[in-house]
Design a protein around this ligand. Structure first.
Ligand code: ADP
Ligand code: ZN
Length: 733
């Protein structure tokens, strides 16, 4: 008998592979560790799934090296990732690679464990002479174990003295794994447990009961904006901690919610509860450190973006998914998982409650709460009975517009500035203008790689494609007719900020979009300046709608609603309602009442009518039957197949062939509609032609059966074409 391991190589392979464990490594290869293994003529990284004892090992290659001294993934977590990979019909090796901190799947770029020297006092009693020695010894005595860097902040050159003290056996030095500080830029804010109002108390009680019961129970906490949902999470987590368990809190994008992290830290860290974060703003090394700290059981609460759903917490007691409706829970490339849905899956597997919270629940979650598949909890009022802001629609057809702003909105801004309050203006389009247009021949610049016009970014003097990296400066004349230079057409955030500065020369205006927040911590700095009231008007894309709690904001303006409402997608109404309700929710959260002005060309639109009244229930009642009629989610299930390649005809032909094969397979699997093939809305993207086939079924099981063929579809295509399988698609561009 020889020891053999089953290894999932972190590569797009259809199956795990077997490797022989060499004599020297027997007993040290643990399930959940990474190993270096031969693959073809090269080496690759894999994760050990299983240990086996086997007789016939003649053909097996040996494991080359063990890369981790402790398993990075415990058994439960591995099982969870295996299920997730099956659900999304995505290769296990690549799913594992996505779940692990970045870089760990590569042999060359993997972040290294960093060690630091930590000094502590021994029991030796001895009087020292030199004053430097005395001071440092006293410091170490007073502070307990302390690392070299911290000592350096107190004493300019402590090293020689430390060596001397060590030689005298007065202190001991140990190498410890360092933790790079993940909280740079996230301040702890002064905060306290509030005494809860009745609805909050009821919610906390129900969640806490489920926590003590140690059972899977999913909740939908529907609470209007500013109703104190975060407070419910915080106080429910107290029960989790009291039971020596851990909490996992998912948020859409951590950079957008430094306030939330700050509240968790200040609330818990004084009581020695250890709060950790995991998000994409951290470097690979920082994430690796945090991951290992969690594995070592040094963290009690993990707050993170969608990928934190894979955090290696071994004593999980609750999962909270804040703003559960947010589309950023869905990964849009590679392993296309939905963080919220996986949170429910993990909660079920580990037997812990899962709390989904939102002011505007996704219609799927809402429907499930109506069927009691999620236990409904609701907060119907804002904290302190503050009123929700009054919403006015401005009909742009008859409006007197200046700088893209109607007279009503301009007056409202003037009044707000006079009261020294702050304004938020939403325009969900970055750049200066969506395109440059030739006044003579109507030409505009297009991306050579994608089927899209180039956006004009005036400050940097570049035309940019928002889908690929392509950019170019504009020419001095129209490249098509040789006429005068092209003019900006339409308005993005950059232009709006500029127009505002002309209208309100005294106002301090800032912009928050992907262009202004790409630098590390830029987002936090901007949020900080809003809180300090160093900004009078903040212009931004949907980023400004998310979760912020700015006390000074009394006016919210929505500059354009029509683009979102008319977007050709079955979810456009849901998205628009949610965006409007969320951004409106930023107004009037403190003492002064808030106001919202929405500019639109379609005042009668039923979605807007519901948004004016803050009436989510009416919106859901209105929208759900439309979905039901066409068996769209939540009344049916979708899988989007996207085929792409460099040659247009090859892609089109392969799509026809695939549909042919699918027709037969679908019949065997159950009641599945195969729609297409059709060109994707973005037919050409990053140089590739794209066709899509939509699979639709009323039963999830039928689709799951069909997806078992996915590896075969992929291998039938050959190497020149790519097939992406998107289960529960959110964006079908
Ligand atoms: P939501 O997440 O629902 O938008 P928050 O949890 O951010 O709302 O709460 C809004 C504000 O109200 C926060 O500043 C919070 O500290 C405060 N708050 C929450 N609950 C209470 C309470 N019971 N009493 C007083 N203030 C509260
Ligand atoms: Zn492009």
């Amino acid at each position: 008998m020889s020891q053999v391991v089953v290894v999932s190589v972190l590569a797009p392979l259809p199956k795990p592979l077997h490797y022989l464990v060499p004599e020297s490594l027997v007993d040290t290869v643990l399930v959940g560790c990474r190993v270096r293994v031969p693959l073809g003529r090269r080496f690759a990284v894999g994760v050990v799934l299983e240990n086996l004892d086997i007789d016939d090992v003649a053909k097996l290659k040996p494991v080359a090296e063990i890369l981790d001294s402790m398993p990075l993934l415990q058994f439960d977590l591995l099982t969870f990732i295996r299920r997730a990979s099956a659900y999304y019909a995505f290769p296990l090796g690549l799913a594992l690679k996505t779940a692990l901190p970045a870089g760990l799947g590569s042999l060359t770029a993997a972040p290294k464990v960093k060690h630091v020297r930590v000094y502590s006092r021994t029991s030796t009693q001895l009087t020292v002479r030199g004053s430097a020695q005395k001071q440092i010894l006293q410091w170490i005595e007073a502070r307990g174990p302390i690392c070299l860097d911290e000592l350096r902040q107190q004493f300019p050159t402590p090293y020689v003295v430390l060596q001397r003290l060590e030689a005298l056996d007065l202190i001991r030095c140990e190498q410890q794994e360092s933790q790079r500080d993940p909280f740079v830029g996230i301040e702890a804010v002064a905060d306290q447990d509030w005494s809860l109002n009745e609805e909050q108390a009821e919610a906390v009680e129900q969640i806490s009961l489920a926590v003590t019961d140690d059972q899977f129970k999913p909740f939908l906490l529907h609470g209007v904006t500013g109703s104190g949902k975060t407070e419910v999470y915080l106080q429910s987590i107290r029960t989790v901690l009291a039971g020596e368990k851990q909490a996992l809190v998912l948020v859409p994008e951590i950079a957008l919610t430094p306030q939330l992290v700050g509240r968790f830290r200040s609330r818990f860290e004084q009581q020695h509860v250890r709060v950790g974060v995991l998000h994409s703003g951290m470097s690979a090394a920082e994430r690796f450190d945090m991951w290992r700290a969690i594995v070592r059981n040094e963290v009690d609460i993990v707050i993170g973006a969608r990928s934190a759903v894979f955090a290696p917490l071994a004593r999980l007691g609750i999962i909270v998914v804040d703003e559960e409706h947010d589309d950023s829970y869905k990964q849009s490339e590679g392993f296309r998982y939905q963080g919220r849905d996986l949170a429910l899956m993990r909660g079920q597997m580990e037997g812990v409650p899962v709390v989904l919270g939102s002011a505007t629940p996704s219609l799927g979650s809402w429907q499930r709460s109506q069927q009691q598949l999620l236990s409904p909890l609701s907060l119907t009022e804002r904290v302190g009975k503050r009123p929700l802001p009054e919403v006015t629609l401005v009909d742009m057809k008859n409006a007197e517009v200046e700088g893209g702003l109607s007279e009503e909105l301009r007056d409202a801004i003037t009044a707000t500035l006079e009261q020294q309050q702050q304004c938020l203006l939403l325009l969900n389009r970055r750049g200066y203008s969506p395109f440059l247009l030739c006044g003579d021949c109507g030409a505009s610049y297009r991306c050579p790689n994608c089927e899209i016009t180039l956006t004009w970014h005036r400050k940097v003097g570049q035309l940019r494609c928002h889908y690929c990296d392509y950019h170019q400066p504009p020419a001095d004349e129209c490249p098509q007719c040789g006429g005068a230079a092209m003019d900006p057409e339409g308005m993005g955030t950059e232009r709006l900020a500029e127009e505002l500065q002309l209208l309100y020369p005294e106002a301090r205006i800032e912009r928050m979009d992907r262009d202004t927040t790409s630098a590390k911590n830029a987002q936090q700095v901007l949020v900080g300046r809003m809180e300090q009231r160093d900004v009078d008007i903040l212009v931004g894309t949907q980023m400004i709608a998310k979760g912020h709690d700015f006390a000074g904001v009394t006016l919210v303006g929505v500059v354009d609603t029509d683009a979102a409402l008319n977007f050709p997608d079955f979810r456009s109404a849901e998205r628009s309602f949610s965006l409007l309700a969320q951004v409106a929710g930023r107004a009037g959260r403190a003492e002064l009442p808030g106001r919202v002005v929405v500019q639109t060309y379609s005042v009668d639109n039923p979605v807007l009518q519901c948004a004016i009244d803050h009436d989510y229930l009416r919106f859901a009642k209105q929208e759900l039957p439309l979905r039901q009629l066409l068996f769209y989610p939540p009344f049916g299930y979708l899988v989007n197949l996207v085929l792409s390649g460099l040659d247009r005809y090859e892609v089109e032909r392969a799509a026809e062939l695939l549909v042919g094969a699918l027709g037969l397979q679908a019949k065997i699997c159950g009641d599945i509609e195969v729609l297409g093939p059709a060109p994707c809305p973005l037919f050409r993207l990053r140089n590739r032609y794209r066709m899509q086939i939509l699979l639709k079924a009323q039963q999830r099981t039928a689709l799951r059966r069909l997806l078992l063929y996915a590896p075969q579809w992929k291998s039938d295509l050959g190497v020149r074409l790519t097939l992406v399988v998107d289960v529960d698609p959110v964006d079908m561009m």
